[in-house]
Design a protein around this ligand. Structure first.
Ligand SMILES: *C/C=C(C)/C=C/C=C(C)/C=C/C1=C(C)CCCC1(C)C
Length: 256
């Protein structure tokens, strides 16, 4: 029954703007996946895995958005389980993306494990606050933020930032700086959305919203996902393109 309704969920009402963002999220993730996969053929061998990972991130999101869109249309509830399954797969892939970019410059696997550890704390605590211990969502939000802080520490002050700074490749440095800006500023949209949950600090801002028809939290998450998954992938793509062009003219040799 549920399977059927997810496919045949029917009507997107004119005023259902949250529904709109689920549809555009789905379609843009799918389009981005095709883009990264096709463009993968235009970068040098070293960068093909990075573009594949970008495509996997948006593709995994596209599949989850397909289901989340159906759940939203049918039941007008937040698809929290699918949301967190998606994040549990895609956020670690973003950590791997950092590792792939910094590995040639000397990043250790310890850096990758620290990023993964921070991600797990962030996502497990977020899920507990949003779906299990809803009454304590502030406490779990604080724990989750500590996990995010570990990631921020690693990429701004830890080994990752030292390795990037020491790299003599301009496109790696510039690209890395943009990527970590996504993780600091783009990712901040998620906790802001979370704080609009009932009982949390920013709920007052959306207190007048009818939660049986709309969901400010999902709106924030959908916007954030589009920025952080597609935008992040495009930065990786730009690094790969610049690197490929530089390799062609032997720039690496000249600056080594
Ligand atoms: C593609 C999905 C991404 C990049 C998801 C990122 C999610 C976060 C940065 C979530 C962070 C949260 C906090 C920092 C505190 C409140 C709970 C969360 C899980 C929303």
């Amino acid at each position: 029954m549920l399977n059927l309704t997810i496919f045949l969920d029917g009507i997107l009402a004119a005023g259902d703007y949250i529904g709109f963002t689920f549809f555009t999220g789905y379609m843009s993730m799918l389009a981005a996946s095709i883009f990264f996969l096709v463009e993968r053929g235009t970068v040098s061998d070293k960068w093909k895995t990075s573009l594949l990972v970008s495509a996997l991130i948006t593709f995994i999101a596209a599949v989850h958005y397909f289901y989340m869109r159906g759940i939203w249309l049918e039941f007008k509830t937040s698809p929290t389980q699918f949301r967190y399954i998606d994040w549990t797969l895609t956020v670690p892939l973003m950590c791997i993306e950092y590792y792939l970019i910094l590995r040639p410059a000397g990043a250790s696997s310890g850096m990758l494990w620290r990023l993964l550890f921070g991600s797990i704390v962030m996502l497990v605590a977020g899920y507990l606050g949003e779906a299990v211990f809803i009454e304590q969502n502030i406490l779990w939000g604080v724990i989750s933020t500590a996990g995010w802080a570990l990631i921020i520490y690693e990429i701004y002050m830890g080994e990752a930032s030292k390795v990037a700074n020491a790299s003599n490749l301009a496109y790696v440095k510039t690209g890395y700086n943009v990527l970590r800006w996504f993780t600091l500023v783009g990712w901040a949209i998620y906790p802001i959305g979370y704080m609009m949950l009932p009982g949390n600090l920013l709920h007052g801002l959306v207190a007048g919203v009818d939660l049986t028809k709309s969901s400010p939290v999902d709106l924030a998450y959908n916007i954030a996902d589009a920025i952080n998954k597609i935008g992040f992938g495009l930065v990786v793509y730009t690094i790969a393109k610049n690197a490929t062009a530089a390799e062609k003219v032997g720039y690496e040799k000249a600056t080594a």
